[in-house]
Design a protein around this ligand. Structure first.
Ligand SMILES: Cc1cc2nc3c(=O)[nH]c(=O)nc-3n(C[C@H](O)[C@H](O)[C@H](O)COP(=O)(O)OP(=O)(O)OC[C@H]3O[C@@H](n4cnc5c(N)ncnc54)[C@H](O)[C@@H]3O)c2cc1C
Length: 389
């Protein structure tokens, strides 16, 4: 039986998170360190320390690694509250890509890799990268991976180019996907490697200017130029990268949904306030049906999105992979929340496209959400294939 009632203790924690975000994090939303190349590490560290002081840092990590070992449904409740500010998840260390990377590493990293690469990320002292997407290579179709690793029996030499790599600039923990060339020692195929961002051969060509703002370090173009890694840098088993990527993506795409749900609620609250106070044609605009219907459509969509997320989370909490349901959730929630935010811009009139309110920034970040962790069309493609099988 599905029971989505929130226990009193968890509801109290959700309220505490929401209040922390409102009191301590919202004031940073106009910080000049938040730019078209994301936010910088200095700002991130300030935010992280605020969450640490409130004991709200990395609450999702396992108990053994210093977190609280939340269920997926519990994460949904808290991340939604954190998402009230686009900077809330950064402060609480549950933003992408670190959140998904921490999840993946907690499943497949060996003890040395855990101590060196995962624990400092959990502790908020280090950031991480997941480098898969390539210009002309891996993207919607990761099978097109072109970055190549050549193994000589002792070391791997990696060459290739990636782009849209979030947080690359300044991150220490790097997870790199490369295709292991045929060799007599190890199974070939797409393989994950883990290394330090300072390793010679990792060259950040540039940080792209993008329409979103809220990822630390922005999104970079990266060149792997004769990057030499030892045998111990293989993450998990060689040839298994696409399976591991799926392991990471199913929960990671849901956590995006949770955080952006919180941001869309914030936009809706700003639109409601405006609709109550702004007048036109003799009454508050909210009393014109054209406006109240937009707000009502938003309310319906927010509720549907929450239930869709919670259902997929609940399935995962029952031990199911829920790949199909998380695909449904990612495509549905990203499209619906984008429409919600667009309607909020419309309700705000001309001011909606200005930075007088945070709605404009949420709208731009929400646009990107329809692309990463599987564009909508790719999820529909997978859903379509499943239902026709
Ligand atoms: C903000 C942001 C952050 C990102 N961060 C990272 C990161 O940290 N690490 C990383 O490795 N990558 C990252 N990415 C890349 C992201 O994973 C890719 O953008 C995504 O997988 C799509 O790949 P692509 O951009 O190459 O699009 P393409 O593969 O070029 O696709 C172009 C279009 O074709 C459509 N399409 C493809 N296949 C089908 C199909 N079967 N049916 C219908 N339409 C289809 C797509 O939906 C899309 O609209 C990020 C992207 C963004 C926008």
């Amino acid at each position: 039986m599905i029971d989505f009632s929130i226990p009193a203790e968890r509801a109290a924690e959700r309220d505490r998170v929401r209040q922390f975000v409102i009191d301590k994090i919202v004031p940073f939303e106009r910080d000049p360190r938040l730019t078209a190349q994301g936010l910088n590490d200095e700002l991130r560290q300030e935010l992280v320390e605020l969450a640490r002081a409130e004991k709200l840092l990395t609450v999702q990590a396992s108990v053994e690694l210093g977190g609280r070992g939340l269920t997926h449904v519990e994460q949904a409740v808290l991340y939604e509250a954190a998402g009230w500010s686009t900077l809330g998840p950064v402060a609480m260390n549950c933003a992408a890509p670190d959140e998904g990377n921490m999840f993946l590493l907690s499943k497949i990293a060996d003890p040395e890799q855990t101590a060196k690469y995962l624990q400092p990320v959990i502790d908020g002292h280090q950031r991480s990268v997941f480098a898969m997407t390539e210009p002309g290579g891996a993207g919607s179709d990761p099978n097109q991976l072109t970055t190549e690793a050549v193994f000589d029996g002792e070391n791997f030499t990696i060459n290739g180019r990636k782009w849209l790599i979030t947080g690359a600039d300044g991150a220490k923990t790097w997870i790199i996907m490369a295709r292991l060339a045929a060799n007599p020692h190890l199974p070939e195929g797409p393989t994950l490697f883990i290394t330090d961002g300072d390793t010679p051969g990792i060259v950040i060509e540039r940080v792209m200017s993008t329409m979103d703002r809220n990822y630390v370090g922005g999104h970079a173009v990266v060149n792997f130029d004769n990057l030499v890694l030892p045998r111990e840098s293989v993450l998990g088993e060689t040839g298994q990268a696409l399976r591991y990527a799926q392991l990471r993506l199913a929960p990671a795409r849901l956590t995006h949904c949770m955080r952006w749900l919180g941001a869309a609620e914030r936009a809706q609250s700003i639109a409601i306030d405006y609709a109550k106070t702004r007048t036109a044609f003799g009454k508050p605009i909210g009393e014109h049906q054209g406006v109240s219907f937009m707000l009502a459509d938003n309310e319906i969509a927010l509720h549907q999105c929450r239930l869709t997320i919670w259902h997929a989370c609940w399935l995962m909490d029952q031990g199911e992979k829920a790949r199909h349901e998380s695909s449904i959730a990612k495509s549905f929630v990203s499209e619906e929340l984008f429409k919600v935010t667009d309607r909020c811009v419309q309700v705000l009139g001309g001011i909606g496209i200005s930075d007088e309110t945070v709605v404009e920034m949420i709208f731009r970040d929400m646009r990107a959400f329809r692309l990463y962790d599987g564009p909508t069309e790719v999820h529909k493609y997978a859903i379509g294939r499943k239902i026709l099988r």
